[in-house]
Design a protein around this ligand. Structure first.
Ligand code: AMP
Length: 359
């Protein structure tokens, strides 16, 4: 894409969940429209978008019609089938491009890519079969985590192994799928950096956030994170390095373990990220607007933190009574409009301002 999007142009978003919804709201604020492509009926993003395409990702006629109806396509999740992506790319630009998707869809390629940049990760081994898992356990030792190479999220498709004798059981638990064995990292804290890169190559990173997970699901993000200045600077620099190496356009989330031995990159997400929701109330330009600006070919905004924030996810029934949540005057409430609540399902989040930003 060479020309910046004009006022009133339309962005196509693959995926209609809360990330697509918040991207759509940001696009609307900038005078842009969105069309959503989502297999499930009544997606949260559909409530705030100009048009919804309801079809499966392998319905290439529907994918083509969607692509023809928009000026640029982006996505809110990384597991987009290659065929759908190729079909769209023949019709209109997709940003961020395929390179970041290929790397982030496969945990082995992802780790190889990160190590290839000279960055650190947990020790890991590729697992194709039970014999490979046993070899990996000898090499890496226990405790370790077995993760499916593809389609894992929120801790799904992962098994912890504390004793090599559990190998067969663990491999069966992930249905004998190709996997990655990772050494369990004794981290001090988990952080993430949300970074944005524009078409002209300029990069803006938000301050690192400190993440607490429960049962593999993000519970809170706190900014500022408890980091030394050197750690915070390193985290931002490594994020810029990853963005540049992929010639990336858009917003990316980089999950990092802080250890005594330095920063280890856990995972990259080629999209807006749950741990970046604090930016909605902590920065003048949040991650959603930053992503829209980047893929529109517009200049990035100011990502400095003007307020300290604790973001808390509302899971399952925690969002059932919005009027009760709204009683807390210090809390900005963000609800996703999901009709059905299930335990652990992300229904909304709260951003609490805890102080003036140090930026
Ligand atoms: P992931 O799907 O890789 O982001 O993993 C989800 C969560 O599991 C992470 O945010 C960590 O809390 C935990 N986790 C994943 N991999 C490791 C590891 N190698 N060592 C320690 N904890 C991990």
């Amino acid at each position: 894409m060479n020309k910046p999007l004009r006022a009133g142009a339309t962005i196509g978003i693959l995926g209609g969940g809360q990330l697509g919804r918040m991207l759509s709201v940001a696009a609307a604020r900038l005078g842009l429209k969105t069309h959503i492509f989502e297999p499930q009926a009544n997606p949260p993003a559909g409530h705030v978008a100009a048009r919804v395409f309801t079809a499966a990702y392998d319905d290439l006629d529907a994918i083509s019609a969607f692509a023809r109806s928009v000026d640029v396509v982006t996505f809110e999740f990384e597991n987009i089938p290659a065929q759908a992506l190729n079909t769209i790319e023949d019709i209109c630009p997709v940003l961020p491009g395929g390179a970041a998707l290929v790397v982030s869809q496969d945990r082995v390629l992802e780790k190889d890519f990160i190590r290839g940049l000279g960055l650190k990760t947990a020790p890991y081994a590729q697992v194709d079969d039970l014999a490979g898992l046993k070899r990996g356990l000898v090499e890496i030792g226990t405790p370790a985590i077995l993760k499916t190479r593809r389609f894992g999220y929120d801790g799904k498709g992962q098994v912890r192994i504390t004793d090599p004798a559990q190998a067969a059981e663990a491999f069966a638990a992930i249905n004998h799928r190709p996997a990655l064995l990772e050494g369990l990292v004794d981290f001090e804290r988990e952080i993430s950096v949300i970074g944005a890169r524009a078409i002209d190559g300029s990069v803006v990173c938000f301050d690192p956030g400190e993440n607490v997970h429960e049962n593999g699901i993000l519970r809170t993000t706190t900014v500022p994170a408890s980091l030394t200045t050197a750690q915070a600077t390193d985290a931002v620099i490594l994020t810029g390095h990853i963005l540049n190496a992929l010639n990336y356009v858009g917003v990316m989330g980089v999950e990092i373990f802080v250890t005594k031995g330095g920063l280890l990159v856990n995972e990259i997400a080629p999209r807006v990220h749950n741990s970046g929701h604090w930016t909605q109330n902590g920065c003048v330009v949040d991650q959603f607007e930053q992503h829209v600006r980047a893929i529109a070919g517009w200049p990035l905004g100011d990502g400095r933190r003007h307020s300290d924030v604790v973001m808390t996810n509302l899971l399952g029934d925690e969002a059932a009574c919005p009027q009760m949540l709204a009683r807390d005057a210090s809390a900005a409430l963000h609800l996703y409009g999901k009709e059905i609540s299930r335990p652990g399902r992300k229904m909304g989040h709260i951003n609490r301002i805890t102080g003036r930003g140090g930026a």
